[in-house]
Write a new protein. Structure first.
Length: 168
């Protein structure tokens, strides 16, 4: 995955529409399915928890499959990009202890993974208006920059490939 410039306004607008559509679909779908099942299979005790749960589960699966199918639509570009970015950052975060250790030993791939993580996190946090930890990110970036200078490494995130994570 490569980082791309994203229009924050368009991203927020499209994300809000997708969230609203998912909430509306979940509400209408789960209630509709549950009511249909209750009508077809009434319970003498009056407990319809299992039908309500089934309505939520089925509707959630349908929404998930629909999102997966429309992920490549141009309307979903920014939302899908952020979705993929979060997954890529999570893959790095799960291995961050080993990556940090390797980077302190001069491993170029480890430093590159950290650079991608820090750059991607900065973009993600800016898009989501989550600026609380930006100071921490700046400190981490400064530490990484010092390591790169120490080992005379140039960190070009366009050369990042997540396959390098397999060695950590």
């Amino acid at each position: 995955m490569q980082l791309q410039q994203i229009d924050k306004t368009r991203y927020r607008k499209h994300l809000n529409k997708v969230i609203f559509a998912c909430i509306a679909a979940l509400t209408v779908g789960s209630l509709g399915i549950a009511q249909l099942l209750i009508l077809l299979f009434p319970d003498a005790d009056g407990s319809h928890f299992h039908w309500n749960l089934l309505g939520v589960v089925v509707t959630s699966i349908v929404i998930g499959l629909t999102l997966k199918k429309v992920k490549s639509h141009p309307f979903m570009f920014e939302v899908a990009y952020v979705w993929d970015l979060k997954q890529a950052l999570n893959r790095i975060t799960r291995k961050m202890m080993a990556i940090k250790k390797a980077s302190k030993e001069g491993d170029v791939d480890a430093m590159l993974a950290m650079q991608f993580s820090y750059s991607g996190s900065k973009q993600l946090w800016t898009l989501d208006d989550n600026t609380i930890t930006m100071e921490d990110l700046s400190m981490w970036q400064a530490e990484l920059d010092a390591l790169a200078r120490e080992y005379q490494v140039e960190l070009d995130i366009t050369k990042y490939d997540e396959r390098i994570l397999t060695k950590f």
